[in-house]
Design a binder for this molecule. Structure first.
Ligand code: URP
Ligand code: ZN
Ligand code: ZN
Length: 464
């Protein structure tokens, strides 16, 4: 079956031009003029962009005394409705588990449910000698990035020795180290002191995780990676101080990369101080910062200090534990430290950034594609299979209607939560049709996908 997308404006990280795109089975067969196929889709007035790639998600993840509320079907469906066709999720090693066992468990979560394509980062929490020896095999497992948490003391956090030894292995074997950079020890002290002082409201989540502790951990991780000789990818960077650490390192020519997440452009720590318990909806780590940090992030993505914008999609119900829902944010009523950390966003990233970023004059449409599609593929070993409109690439294609409008609302979203951070926001520019490896998943408001059709992406080792 050959489908031709006719007369659209193809947008890549570097070019914008009018052409027909021919899909043959799962791949892009040709790009040119007057192409013919068995089926024709008129894309006049539309952009034709690579499917979005979200390299930071947490589907069906046990965390904070509950489980994130989207699984590998609902999360994928929401992603596709938002124009995202590939994601990388975190497979979290349980204490005493091998990396293979960990990955098998996460493959099990996706089996029969996946609709878009997916990969895994392996998140190490227990680096014993057996795991040290197993680490190089992650390349064979197709999982070429390793995540370490410098925060969440007593749960996911690792010490500097573990971090450094993993970095040495990464330097030797060609995988990319990803860090959640916050100083977990100092945060733990601040949380205890806040609770002892009777401070229990959601806003204390932000106040006990100050930006300096993210900046410090970012500096530390960067310097450790430079000594180990490994590349480093800092996840969900939120503030000007942490950004400065990345800029200095990149200025030295070190292979340091960083992402921010879309929500950090829009919210501040004041959102955690909304009336009643409402602020719990905005509890995630690192927390939202100041308007000046948002400005630094906009500048950082425009000048390439930051290379990727992801979502850290980690949804929880606001009112969970009822009607068959897993527990949610209500777990932290009376103790901010028990609010499950994480926010929904996989569905909103592309449209919110098109509206505020491209239409808002923060960056070009090509940079939007680069930040949301191409750089994620390049950095995480999927390029040029994914992240670009080119002959031979997977036909992961979004036909983007630049004039379509919508009002974001939890009432109409596909994500499995009872709230949306962007509730009421008017967006201009929406996915019209979404293809994953040539399969039509979304046609306007209509779902066309089939559970189980998404596949695992066996990623290549890291190469600059
Ligand atoms: O609050 C967050 N970000 N939850 C997900 C886990 C993580 O730290 O990425
Ligand atoms: Zn994190
Ligand atoms: Zn995360």
């Amino acid at each position: 079956m050959r489908t031709v997308i006719k007369g659209g404006t193809v947008v890549t990280a570097s070019d914008t031009y009018t052409a027909d795109v021919l899909i043959d089975d799962e791949q892009i067969a040709a790009i040119g003029q007057n192409l013919a196929g068995d089926m024709t889709i008129d894309a006049n007035g539309m952009y034709v962009i690579p499917g979005g790639i979200d390299v930071h998600t947490h589907l069906d993840m046990p965390f904070g005394g509950t489980t994130s509320s989207d699984n590998f079907f609902t999360g994928h469906q929401a992603a596709a409705f938002g124009g995202t066709t590939t994601h990388i999720d975190f497979a979290i090693q349980g204490k005493g588990m091998s990396l293979k066992e960990t990955l098998d468990a996460w493959h099990g979560r996706a089996r029969g449910k996946a609709v878009i394509d997916y990969g895994f980062h392996i998140a190490i929490t227990d680096l014993n000698e057996a795991v040290m020896e197993e680490l190089p095999y992650c390349i064979d497992y197709g999982t070429t990035s390793v995540k370490l948490f410098m925060a969440y003391k007593g749960a996911l956090m690792v010490d500097d020795e573990t971090l450094f030894r993993a970095m040495q292995q990464a330097a030797k074997h060609g995988f990319l180290i990803c860090v959640h950079a916050e100083n977990g020890d100092a945060i733990d002290v601040l949380i205890r002191q806040a609770l002892e002082a009777g401070h229990t409201e959601p806003k204390y989540h932000a106040l006990t995780r100050p930006p300096e502790l993210e900046a410090e951990a970012t500096y530390r991780a960067i310097r450790l990676s430079e000594v180990a000789g490994s590349p480093l990818y800092v996840v969900h960077l939120t503030n000007a101080g942490a950004l400065e650490a990345v800029q200095l390192a990149r200025g030295r020519g070190a292979p340091i990369y960083a992402e921010t997440c879309v929500q950090y452009f829009f919210f501040t720590k004041d959102d955690l101080d909304r009336p009643g318990f409402e602020g719990a909806k905005w509890v995630c780590s690192p927390p939202y910062r100041e308007v000046s940090d948002q400005q630094a992030l906009w500048k950082g993505v425009a000048d390439n200090s930051l290379q990727v914008i992801s979502t850290d999609h980690c949804p929880f119900w606001y009112e969970g534990g009822i009607d068959g829902r897993p527990a949610g944010k209500e777990l932290g009523k009376g103790n901010f430290a028990k609010i499950p950390n994480g926010c929904p966003g996989i569905e909103d990233r592309m449209k919110v950034l098109y509206t505020a970023g491209v239409r808002g004059g923060k960056f070009s449409i090509n940079r939007w594609v680069e930040l949301c599609c191409t750089n994620p593929a390049r950095l995480f070993g999927m390029y040029p299979k994914k992240g670009v409109i080119a002959p031979g690439s997977d036909a992961d294609i979004v036909i983007w209607n630049p004039e379509a409008t919508a009002t974001i609302s939890a009432a109409t979203q596909h994500m499995t939560t009872d709230y949306n951070l962007y509730e009421g926001m008017e967006v201009v520019g929406l996915p019209q049709m979404v293809f994953s490896r040539g399969r039509l998943l979304v046609d306007g408001d209509t779902w066309k996908g089939e559970a189980g059709s998404g596949v695992f992406v066996h990623r290549k080792p890291f190469k600059v």
